[in-house]
Every structure is written in structure tokens, then in C-alpha cells.
Design a protein around this ligand. Structure first.
Ligand SMILES: Cc1cc2nc3c(=O)[nH]c(=O)nc-3n(C[C@H](O)[C@H](O)[C@H](O)COP(=O)(O)O)c2cc1C
Length: 328
């Protein structure tokens, strides 16, 4: 009988499909539903660093002026509750009592700060790991790549100094020296990198001249960017890799495992279908393993990484020479 077990962040997962941080994991009931549907693990909906800091400082004492960003203030006033941190810790404690799968807490952060104390509380509450969702868009032309990259190291240093629980860092693709930065992060106390954060998309309404939100949900083609980088980096870093963005079916999970990912996070596809889709994805992976004679994930994990490839240049080919030359 084939087995889907995998190891991620030092934790044993019954299967490699993790329900990623989103509304799907925002409450105890939702986490229980994910576990019942056979998720390998869950990443809880993130708390924002501002939410944590406001909670510590006392939400009521803060004004819009002190936050300096009206939209963020409005959001936090409606979404962030006075006791958001306590509620979050309760979800961790209760989830650990009632589900048998790993529960990974999550924080949205843009720099180190007093919020890192929260990591200690997460650890005490019994979370199996903490995922740091770092959202930094390097859009200031007067700051170079190194300055932006230092933000990640500051966050990791601060959090690592406070806790010993496994740390995952969920990152975007915007690095000036992506491979070298990720290698250094894997030496700086990060136990897993989650590739790639899907930043809030923007679009333009050309009739009303307004910036509007782009689509909230991913499309399957979007998995190709993380797939390339997981293929290139797996085996080269001192940490696990997990995939996020664009995985909608069992074939997508298989591709990432072949590339070398230890686990794969999914959200959009579960919003499009429902949690029962997790069962279909597991069946698709098992059917594929059956067709190829594999009985465990370790039989094929990383088998198609660049490191294992007979044609490593294929992973780095970025020009469409053949197609450009032959294009009509
Ligand atoms: C409704 C929604 C809410 C999300 N909230 C969070 C969040 O709080 N923290 C986070 O790290 N990612 C959040 N994400 C991003 C997902 O975890 C995931 O990385 C992204 O959707 C790409 O994966 P997918 O293609 O499987 O959807 C959210 C995504 C969606 C669709």
C-alpha cells in the first residue's frame, strides 16, 4: 500500500498537502474541517504585525493619526479586535487538543519590531511551527537590493532569538540575488522557505481611472515560477522548501515533489471546489505513484530537481530562442 507521508519542518505529515494560510484556516471549526478532510497540516490565517502591536499597546488608545495609514486603520478597526492575539492563541491551544495534524501559526510582517514577542506566545500555546509571511515590495529606487534583503535577516534574527520552534519564511520572488539570499537565510535559522507568496494583485479600471484589486485566486499557470525555483534550489539550501501558488490538482503536487519540495500549500483550488477536493488530490497522487511504481514520497522527491537532472541547463533557459526563430 503506497504511503503519502512526508517530513516538513521536522514534523511528520500524513500527506504533503497543507491548507495554506487563508480564510479556510481562520477559526477552530475551519481547522477541524481541514483535518477531517485529510489535510497534511494547516497554516493558520495570519495575524498582521500591526494587529499584534496594536493589541499589545491597546487598540483603543491608538488613533488613525498614530497609525498613519487611514485604510490600514479602518481595516484593523473592523477586523482587528482588541483581543485578537488572545483569540489566536486560543485557536492554537484548542486546535492542538482536537486535531491530530500539525498546526502552523502565521504572522504577516514587513520588518522586525515589538511584535516578535508574539512568537514566544505562539510557541507556549503549542503551535508546531511559525510561518512568517514577509511582504516587502522593493519599489524604492533609492534603496538597493541588499537593504531590502537585510529586512528578512532582521526578522529572522529577532524571531529566532526568541523561540526554538521550527520557522518557515514565506517569501515573494523579488530578490536581487535570489539563490544566494535564500542560501544565507537557510543558514540564519530558517527551517523552511515557502515559495512564493502571492502578493495582493492590482489592476486598473480604465473607465473610472482607479486602481482596483486584481483576482484574489490563482490560476494553475502561476505554479510555474515557484516550480522553476524549487527545482533549482532543492538540495542546495540547508532548509526545506514548500510550494505555494497555483497548485490546483494532484499533478501540481507531484510536480513540486519531483522538483524537491517537502510539502505543497493550497488555497485557491479549495475555494473553487471545497475541502473534499483534498481527497481527490490525494487520490490523483496515489494513482500517479501506482502508475510509476512508487510506494512512498521519498521514492521520487527531488527526482526531477536541477541537481538530479541530466540536462541542468533546461532549468535556467529563459529565452524563447527556438520559438522566437520559428514564430510566424
Ligand atoms: C482569501 C485568501 C486569504 C489569504 N490570507 C493569507 C494570510 O492571511 N496569510 C498568508 O500568508 N497568505 C494568505 N493568503 C495567500 C495563500 O496562503 C496562498 O499563498 C496564495 O493564495 C497562493 O496559493 P493558491 O494558489 O493555492 O491560492 C490568502 C489567500 C487567499 C485566497
Amino acid at each position: 500500500m503506497a504511503d503519502l507521508k512526508t517530513t516538513y519542518l521536522g514534523l511528520t505529515l500524513e500527506n504533503p498537502i497543507i491548507v495554506g494560510s487563508s480564510g479556510l484556516t481562520r477559526s477552530l471549526e475551519r481547522v477541524q474541517e481541514c483535518a477531517e478532510a485529510g489535510a497534511g497540516a494547516v497554516v493558520l490565517k495570519s495575524l498582521f504585525e500591526e494587529q499584534i502591536e496594536m493589541d499589545f499597546a491597546g487598540l483603543a488608545e491608538r488613533s488613525e493619526a498614530s497609525l498613519g495609514h487611514a485604510e490600514a486603520y479602518d481595516y484593523l478597526r473592523s477586523y482587528g479586535r482588541e483581543n485578537a492575539v488572545d483569540d489566536y492563541l486560543d485557536v492554537i491551544r484548542e486546535a492542538k487538543k482536537s486535531v491530530g495534524i500539525p498546526v502552523i501559526a502565521s504572522v504577516h510582517c514587513a520588518d522586525a519590531g515589538s511584535w516578535t514577542e508574539f512568537a514566544e506566545r505562539v510557541e507556549k500555546a503549542g503551535a508546531d511551527a511559525l510561518e512568517l509571511n514577509v511582504f516587502v515590495l522593493p519599489c524604492d529606487p533609492h534603496r538597493d537590493g541588499g537593504e531590502y534583503e537585510e529586512i528578512y535577516f532582521r526578522i529572522v534574527r529577532d524571531v529566532r532569538a526568541r523561540v526554538s520552534l521550527p520557522l518557515a519564511l514565506k517569501v515573494g520572488p523579488y530578490f536581487s540575488g535570489l539563490a544566494s539570499t535564500f542560501l544565507k537565510l537557510s543558514h540564519a535559522g530558517v527551517d523552511a522557505l515557502v515559495l512564493f507568496n502571492r502578493f495582493h494583485r492590482m489592476d486598473l479600471d480604465i473607465e473610472n481611472f482607479r486602481v482596483v484589486p486584481g483576482g484574489a485566486f490563482s490560476h494553475p499557470e502561476e505554479m510555474q515560477v515557484p516550480l522553476r525555483w524549487i527545482s533549482i534550489l532543492s538540495g542546495l539550501l540547508d532548509c526545506d522548501l514548500a510550494a505555494t501558488t497555483g497548485v490546483h490538482d494532484g499533478a501540481g503536487v507531484v510536480k513540486h515533489l519531483l522538483a524537491g519540495a517537502a510539502a505543497v500549500q493550497v488555497c485557491s483550488t479549495l475555494y473553487r471546489h471545497d475541502l473534499s477536493h483534498l481527497g481527490r488530490m490525494r487520490e490523483e497522487i496515489l494513482a500517479w505513484m501506482g502508475r510509476h511504481g512508487f510506494t512512498s514520497v521519498s521514492d521520487f522527491k527531488g527526482k526531477m530537481s536541477q541537481e538530479e537532472s541530466e540536462n541542468p541547463a533546461a532549468y535556467e533557459r529563459v529565452q524563447f530562442m527556438k520559438f522566437s526563430m520559428n514564430a510566424p
